[in-house]
Design a protein. Structure first.
Lengths: 389, 465
């Protein structure tokens, strides 16, 4: 008995020492790919930070983020929940046999005056539309169906009211847009006759696929042509899957342990005219799709190299119109196609861009076409790209 | 610093053990000094500013006890006790209740007094109560005043029980402060208890906490009655596993260093009455109020009306001890009413009824009590109670939560009874049983480390007090 007990205590000491040893020996990571976030850095000491406790809290976060084999521990914990416990929700991902969905159970659903919410969102956009049209430009609000809304029926019943809540907000926005004359183009209306939205959306990532983005681009070009703008359209872009594992936002959260997989698509980049590109004001040779053959994994962020505050692309074809696209990551693959059709493509993401307000930006860069591209779940959210001023 | 953190498990605990056990046992003072320094650092890590406050409380308690011990007259003894009460209750009142009282006065009397926005030092309710119990006991002649400041400092600040109890009486550790026997057996028992507590916290309390937080934070418009019951049950389980886990870890760590802290929980959810529940829940706090408030006020010795008045005082104070908010006062008074009813007639009635009815009544009463406890926002309680008793709405959320936490509910409900511990202790002296126990504990440790790595949801509820 004594031997077992002493052996147990000794084992615990050895395990702790081993864990500590590995923690110190391991190469420090600064970013967690699976969590898509920067890991905590070691805190800077100052008397103030030690006194107010932030220094010690910093160490708590640091030790937590840099524990030995942390990725492996997280993967094992996820595996336990996914494969052993078979939880319906793991790491904030709703797991279904066919699609991975966001967990929406913790959302604030208190704004139930949908009419007012829709009207407010539209009224924030109308001054921009008026300003663009006043100088002869074309304004367009391109609404793409939000991922939860596309897969509404795949959610467990208890989570559907949240999706329906966002659908009601989006419907109120659409109604207000029609009433007040906001130029709205709904991708959903384009995709409905083609079999609905689902074939055009990933099952492991909260975006449309390149096929969906191409449909959005085609609809945008068609509307430009209807308004009398002459531009070439890339009808057959040669979309094909790349030979790499696609790390979708949701499959990544599950450490690729889910059997539900997705494919990442590229298109024939030889069809893109020569261009010069600036990201955040700095010239760059970054490609439109940041994935090279041979790379084992790829993420949605490969389109345009991920979200940026401001991207400018010039193709030196002054006979073609210019376009400004405002929005979040849904805009990225659309921008890549737009390079083929416009002389100058500018994109702004107000989650990261803080240089000017949109009105100021339009005064300095009066694009021929101004597109605000947002998904229906976010169309009434007043923060980030909803706060365009 | 919380026990269930990598900082504590990987750095603090190994460091304190290494330094402590590196010193030979005969150098008791050096060992105590090491424990004291680490305890102060433990507190400094989480509450740097609070260390000075705690040091002041320790010094006042030390000198008050000495004063009482040396006093020749009753007045001088009272002076010593008065000084201790003035400082401890003053500190507690200022940091915990001043803001609340002033804002209440402002709203009731239409005043504009500036309410200080003070950060309440962690564990203030525990270390002030522990200090007062020491001086009370000296005053009542139960223990002799300790002349060694190191011992008093260690008694108040000992890190295992510093921030969330149990509230240890000086008499129960007085001998151990100067002479205790650390042994491999004690270390093994202590680590076993600590690991059980760690598992309860990380694998059960946090899981129930996530569900409870989701329901209590839900928009009332979409919260169904079954969901509201789920939230109440989950919070009931969360608070038990959270708090009893901390006590387990505190008791376990105490044993590693040769201390024997009193038990704080005794399966409260198997009680057949609310009276019994309070004999089993947060035992050290109930005993504190019994010995230092209820009995000095006369207890049950001066007739029923006076006893009821004494109970009212005790339960109003118990509620207030848990927080400066009306819902805590209400929660205390709720138990006062139930206990008085049980004293008058309900207790006798429950004894005559089938046992199961007593259990159902107690669980229902306690669960509703936790709803009172957890609804801190004005208006939230009424809305929540309405939802609980509307008996309508969908079971979808409940089913999802159950599917999400099947093992947690199975183990959680089982661990509310003494059965698992009996199973755990089967074959007490058999080597094979001991080996199985060790394997079980290693599995709990492995799962706890995974849960710790996988979860950032890790606050201890009782750190608020």
């Amino acid at each position: 008995m004594k031997t077992i007990r002493r052996g147990f205590v000794l084992l615990l000491i050895l395990l702790t020492a081993g864990f500590l040893f590995v923690s110190f020996r391991e190469r420090r990571q600064t970013v967690s790919v699976y969590e898509n976030r920067t890991l905590a850095a070691s805190p800077e000491f100052s008397l103030q930070s030690a006194w107010d406790g932030s220094y010690w809290k910093g160490w708590d976060a640091y030790f937590s983020d840099h524990a030995a084999r942390r990725d492996q521990l997280l993967r094992d914990w996820t595996w336990l929940q996914l494969c052993v416990k078979r939880q319906p929700v793991v790491n904030d991902v709703v797991v279904t046999p066919t699609v991975l969905l966001p967990y929406l159970g913790d959302r604030d659903l208190s704004h139930t005056d949908f009419e007012a919410v829709g009207r407010d969102a539209v009224e924030r956009l109308l001054p921009i539309q008026e300003a663009v049209e006043a100088r002869g430009g074309l304004f367009l609000y391109l609404e793409v169906e939000g991922y939860p809304s596309v897969y509404r029926d795949e959610f467990p019943a208890m989570l559907r009211p949240t999706v329906d809540y966002y659908r009601q907000r989006a419907a109120a926005f659409d109604a207000a847009a029609a009433e007040k004359g906001l130029k709205l183009l709904r991708l959903q209306d384009v995709l409905e006759p083609k079999g609905g939205c689902k074939p055009y959306y990933y099952k492991v990532d909260h975006h449309y696929t390149l096929y969906g983005a191409h449909e959005a681009y085609l609809a945008l070009c068609a509307r430009c042509r209807e308004e009398g703008l002459e531009l070439p359209v890339l009808e057959e872009p040669g979309i094909c899957p790349v030979e790499a594992e696609f790390l979708g936002a949701y499959s990544r959260k599950l450490y690729e342990l889910s059997p539900v997989k997705g494919e990442f698509y590229s298109f024939d980049l030889s069809l893109v005219p020569p261009y010069t590109r600036w990201d955040e004001g700095v010239q760059t040779d970054a490609p439109l799709i940041a994935w090279r053959p041979g790379e084992p994994t790829v993420r949605y962020e490969a389109y345009m190299g991920g979200d940026r505050g401001e991207t400018v692309i010039c193709t030196e074809r002054p006979e073609l119109p210019s376009i400004l696209i405002v929005g979040d990551s849904y805009t990225n693959p659309v921008e890549a196609f737009c390079v083929c059709s416009f002389n100058e493509v500018r994109s702004l993401d107000f989650r990261y861009y803080s240089g000017k307000t949109l009105s100021q930006y339009l005064r300095d860069y009066p694009a021929d076409v101004v597109v605000i591209l947002r998904d229906s779940v976010n169309s009434t959210i007043p923060e980030g790209n909803g706060d365009l001023r | 610093m919380v026990f269930s953190s990598f900082s504590f498990l990987l750095f603090f605990l190994p460091a304190v053990c290494l330094c402590y056990f590196a010193v030979p046992r005969r150098f008791r003072t050096a060992r105590n000094l090491i424990l004291l320094l680490f305890s102060l650092f433990f507190y400094f890590w989480g509450e740097a500013r609070g260390v000075l406050l705690m040091a002041a409380v320790i010094l006042v308690s030390y000198f008050s006890a000495i004063l009482i011990g040396k006093a020749k007259t009753k007045t001088a003894r009272r002076l010593g006790l008065g000084l201790e009460l003035l400082v401890c209750l003053g500190v507690l009142g200022y940091f915990k209740y001043a803001g609340w009282l002033l804002s209440m006065a402002n709203s009731l009397l239409g005043l504009r007094l500036p309410a200080p926005e003070l950060l309440m030092p962690i564990g203030i309710s525990f270390f002030t109560f522990q200090s007062m119990s020491y001086v009370f006991d000296v005053y009542q002649g139960k223990v002799a005043p300790q002349r060694n400041l190191l011992c008093v400092s260690l008694y108040v600040s000992l890190f295992p029980q510093l921030v969330a109890g149990p509230i240890v009486r000086y008499g129960s550790v007085a001998k151990e402060l100067v002479s205790r026997r650390e042994s491999a057996e004690e270390i093994y028992e202590g680590l076993q208890r600590f690991l059980m507590g760690l598992g309860k916290k990380l694998l059960l309390a946090n899981a129930f906490g996530r569900e409870a937080a989701a329901v209590f934070g839900m928009d009332p418009a979409v919260r169904s009655s079954p969901s509201a019951w789920l939230g109440a049950v989950c919070f009931t389980l969360q608070i038990y596993f959270d708090f009893s886990a901390y006590s387990d870890m505190a008791i376990g760590l105490g044993r590693v260093f040769g201390f024997h802290f009193p038990e704080n929980f005794n399966y409260p959810y198997i009680s057949r009455s609310v009276t019994e529940f309070w004999r089993r829940w947060h035992i050290s706090l109930s005993a504190w109020f019994r010995d230092y408030v209820y009995i000095p006020l006369g207890g049950s010795r001066r007739g029923l009306p006076r006893q009821i008045l004494n109970l009212l005082a005790v339960w109003a104070l118990t509620g207030l001890w848990h927080g400066a908010s009306w819902n805590f006062v209400l929660w205390g008074l709720y138990y006062f009413v139930l206990l008085v009813l049980e004293k008058c007639f309900l207790g006798r009635l429950l004894e005559r009824l089938p046992r199961v009815l007593g259990h159902v009544y107690t669980l229902l009463a306690v669960t509703l009590g936790w709803v009172l406890f957890n609804c801190t926002e004005p208006g939230q309680l009424g809305v929540y109670l309405r939802e609980l008793f509307s008996f309508r709405g969908s079971f979808d959320h409940v089913l999802l939560a159950l599917r999400q936490n099947i093992p947690e509910f199975v183990f959680g409900l089982a661990l509310c009874t003494p059965l698992p511990l009996k199973l755990f202790r089967l074959g007490q002296d058999k080597p094979w049983a001991e080996a199985l126990r060790c394997l079980w504990l290693l599995a709990v440790l492995a799962l706890s480390v995974l849960a710790l790595a996988g979860s950032s949801f890790n606050p201890f509820i009782y750190f608020r007090f």
